[in-house]
Design a protein around this ligand. Structure first.
Ligand code: COA
Length: 350
């Protein structure tokens, strides 16, 4: 069995005085790396924005010894897929302790540069080359959802208000601002029907977790990752759920789930996630579930979304919450592209 040992996350936000190396140094300084046999690093934009590839050597240099380090890129699911790769390597018996890091430095660049870099997570033949942005792709999904269930755009607003409310008390979250539905309505239109407060922000941050064969109080009980055979939105018959996520979910028993971190890069993504996970009925994912705690620290929307760090930060959040509260079963749901890759990591308290 595979267990969770140390965890650590930096603040997520506009960390102007931190570069990519500083973020890596901070997480490594706060984790015991003495027993670590290998490292997996989730990162999407190091090459495109930071002009830093070969993150393996960067990480080994900071740790201060030669060891296997593998960079994993799966767009916004880079962190969750890195967790999966570490879990597989431990399961296969190659290692006893594996460090997983997620890291991203996005805020030293213009919004145009970041939007272009992020759009590389879309299909470059049909989407990126035609100038789409991630907010625009999610706006298509949001519009399809509202049309299918005959809902007004206002149903999106409460989802954002809840996220900002939950992030308020987390000193590592990007936003500490309670908002109302009126604030959401009054915020700038980004790409109809999505307004500013329907979007996650551009963020810096890093997170780390040590997975081990040595028993602890938390088991990484299951880990599933899948890439979609329908990359581009134009390949799909239905935009209101993500088939690849549903296929991954079918591999897990989530009937006793108590706490979940869902990939809410836009509020519509949270709505679809809750439906794909079977937590809410179709057409009702915009309401707050009663039986499962969702994104208790504000998720990506208000906690921040430092792309490659997100899937690992979700694990840190769940581990901390499960260690301090009575939750027995928790799930991290990390998605890359618009439902194009998924990593589901299931944590059980022993
Ligand atoms: N939610 C709430 N507030 C936000 C915000 C967000 N998503 N993004 C920025 N803000 C705030 C800023 O803190 C700033 O507040 P201040 O004036 O009090 O300091 C203000 O809004 C303007 O910030 P700015 O950075 O100029 O916003 P922007 O208009 O340039 O960018 C978005 C806003 C929504 C376009 C940008 O955050 C974005 O592209 N988000 C999506 C990122 C994405 O696609 N990620 C991948 C997901 S798959």
């Amino acid at each position: 069995m595979i267990y969770i040992k140390d965890t650590y996350a930096t603040k997520t936000g506009e960390l102007w005085d931190c570069g990519l190396s500083d973020l890596l140094k901070e997480v490594i300084a706060n984790i015991d790396t003495s027993q670590v046999d290998a490292v997996y690093v989730g990162n999407m934009l190091g090459g495109v924005l930071n002009e830093q590839l070969n993150l393996g050597a960067k990480v080994a240099t900071i740790i201060g010894r030669n060891l296997p380090v593998v960079r994993v890129e799966a767009a916004c699911a880079s962190g969750g897929v890195a967790v999966n790769q570490a879990w597989q390597a431990l399961k296969a018996g190659f290692y006893s302790n594996v460090l997983v890091i997620g890291v991203e430095k996005m805020t030293d660049f213009s919004n145009e540069e970041v939007a272009r870099a992020l759009a590389m997570a879309a299909d470059n033949t049909t989407e990126f080359n035609n100038g789409v942005t991630f907010p625009a792709l999610h706006a298509l999904v949001a519009q399809a959802y509202l049309n299918k269930y005959n809902l007004a755009p206002a149903v999106l607003d409460a989802v954002s208000v809840r996220s900002h409310q939950k992030a308020f008390a987390d000193d590592k979250a990007q936003f500490h601002k309670k908002i109302t539905e009126d604030d959401v309505r009054a915020s700038a239109m980004v790409t109809s029907p999505l307004k500013l407060y329907h979007c996650s922000p551009i963020s810096d941050g890093a997170a780390a977790i040590v997975l081990s064969t040595e028993q602890t109080d938390l088991e990484l009980a299951a880990s599933v990752t899948l890439a979609s055979r329908e990359f581009a939105l134009a390949d799909r018959s239905d935009l209101t759920s993500f088939a690849v996520v549903q296929e991954a979910v079918a591999k897990l028993d989530l009937s006793e789930l108590e706490i979940v971190e869902v990939h809410d890069c836009f509020v519509i993504a949270e709505i679809i996630a809750l439906e794909d996970l079977g937590i809410m009925r179709k057409g009702q994912g915009w309401q707050e579930p009663e039986h499962v705690k969702v994104n208790v620290r504000g998720g990506l929307k208000a906690g921040g979304h430092a792309i490659g760090a997100t899937g690992v930060k979700q694990m840190v959040t769940l581990a901390e919450e499960m260690r301090t509260h009575q939750y027995q079963l928790g799930l991290a749901h990390n998605v890359g592209g618009v439902g194009a890759q998924v990593a589901l990591n299931l944590i059980k308290k022993r």
